[in-house]
Design a protein around this ligand. Structure first.
Ligand code: SF4
Length: 481
């Protein structure tokens, strides 16, 4: 996620990271804090932790990065033996509203339920209307509040948490990988298509951990046991781990962008280390779109493994041409218009001595709008690059995402209405090439070739999207229909 200047990032925005723990005798507040730090790349707008000790559930959340939200004294007050946590990038609801931060709580009955999820429901409006009809009021605009309220509602109706989750999962549509807790147990469940990742880990004999990615297990020393299966509910309580299939699994549709860009490169999905998969994507590009060049470089950080793969496969030396300012995070301080116009380099700075006179291959993971890539190419030329050959380790993004990733409307996606040559001219590169969908899936080499959501590239959405929701983003389709 590297907005070279101040513009909206060039890549699709991440959704969220979730974490959960059941570990009697451990400091679960701090365990969750570190788990969330490992998942910080999945969302930087708010963070929250809920803990319980068997009788009382306590939650603390706020806007900002994990390290900004929690002071040591906050963590001291989060004592208990079970917890959930969340780090958020908003896709539904206002991004800077405290009410939309997670976990979201519901306490219709005697128990409190806390829930956090990664993904996006596509039938939020319909479900909210239904619950409003039952006299239930909402504090936020988020789909998470609808989900937790629905679960709590059915829990009261059936006097059973298990039935509450199952009945809610039968009604909610969309992508969700969720962690939930009561005062007594932690739950984790995943939509029947498995669009967003969710893994279960074990802390020796000390307890169990749930995380969006395996890097969230590694940081707390937990061993990766297995994925939470699509449509499955896992409960971790005094009796240990129990699980049941709440709704039938559909065709697995893990978001392919987790492999290309979203997830951390040290995470493992479908038994693949993502760093290695990204190197293979770069090597595949070197074979399908070679370039005559002196140096291969990646756009830090996510383009670097692909660049190394391209360099190894092509024999062209790998080098660094850009330095990333690692301490510029997402902030609430907007740059002034003057700063924008001056093109102050907030995140990336070119290494002039490395670029001067060189023909460079620049590997990046995706192009969304094209404007940031255009500025990147100009930056490299200003720094002395003789030629700039852009190579993208994914196919052209032509379709927006409805499953928890912020990819603009279709008409804002440069590849939805421009061919590769027009995009090359727009960004000002000497050449531009993408991977094909087939080459991408083959290069990932996961052994799960048919088990991806590829809708950004082919428009085939695995989970049906209501017309009213589609209309908000599919401008071209609406114009034609
Ligand atoms: S539409 Fe794109 S970003 Fe969204 S889940 Fe599918 S592949 Fe991932």
């Amino acid at each position: 996620m590297d907005d070279v200047l101040f513009d909206r990032p060039e890549h699709p925005e991440e959704a969220c990271g979730v974490f959960g723990a059941h570990a009697p005798g451990e400091d679960v507040g701090r365990l969750t804090y570190f788990g969330l730090q490992a998942l910080q790349h999945r969302g930087q707008e708010s963070a929250g932790i809920a803990v319980a000790d068997g009788t009382t559930l306590t939650a603390y959340k706020n806007l900002g990065l994990v390290t900004q939200v929690f002071r040591p004294s906050d963590l001291d007050s989060l004592s208990g033996h079970l917890s959930i946590g969340h780090t958020r990038y908003s896709t539904t609801g206002s991004s800077t509203s405290w009410e939309n931060a997670q976990p979201q709580l519901s306490s219709i009955g005697p128990n409190t339920i806390a829930l956090a999820h990664n993904g996006n429901l596509v039938n939020t409006v319909e479900l909210r209307d239904r619950l409003r009809g039952e006299g239930i009021r909402f504090r936020s605009t988020s789909d998470t509040e609808v989900m937790v309220t629905l679960i709590d509602h059915f829990t009261q109706v059936h006097n059973s948490i298990r039935a509450g989750i199952v009945e809610a999962m039968k009604l909610i549509r969309g992508a969700y990988s969720a962690v939930m807790m009561t005062e007594e147990a932690v739950y984790a469940f995943r939509d029947p298509y498995g669009v967003r990742p969710l893994v279960l880990g074990k802390l020796d004999d000390r307890g169990w951990v749930i995380a969006s990615e395996t890097c969230g297990l590694d940081i707390v020393g937990a061993e990766h046991v297995r994925d939470v299966a699509p449509g499955e509910v896992v409960k971790i309580g005094e009796a240990g781990v129990e699980s049941w299939q709440a709704v039938p699994a559909e065709k697995p549709s893990l978001c392919v962008f987790e492999f290309i860009y979203f997830a951390r490169p040290d995470s493992v999905m479908y038994d693949c280390t993502l760093y290695e998969a990204r190197e293979r994507l770069g090597a595949a590009l070197a074979r399908s779109a070679p370039a005559d060049a002196d140096m291969v470089m990646g756009v830090p950080d996510t383009g670097v493994p692909g660049a190394i793969g391209f360099a190894n496969a092509s024999g062209i030396p790998f080098g660094e041409g850009l330095v990333k300012n690692r301490y510029v995070g997402r902030t609430f301080i907007s740059p002034t218009q003057l700063m924008r116009q001056q093109g102050i380099r907030l995140k990336l700075n070119p290494l002039r001595h490395a670029l001067a006179g060189k023909r460079v291959v620049v590997v990046d993971d995706s192009i969304v709008r094209g404007n940031t890539t255009r500025k990147l190419v100009a930056l490299l030329r200003e720094a002395g690059a003789a030629e700039v050959h852009m190579r993208i380790t994914s196919p052209p993004v032509k379709w927006p995402c409805f499953y928890g990733i912020d990819t603009d409307t279709q008409e804002q996606l440069i590849a939805s209405s421009n061919d590769v040559e027009a995009i090359r001219a727009h960004i000002g590169a000497d050449s531009l090439a993408y991977l094909s969908v087939d080459d991408m899936v083959e290069a990932i080499d996961s052994g799960h070739e048919g088990d991806f959501c590829l809708a950004c590239f082919d428009g085939r959405y695995p989970i049906e999207i209501p017309e009213t929701v589609k209309r908000g983003k599919l401008a071209l389709e609406t114009a034609e229909s």
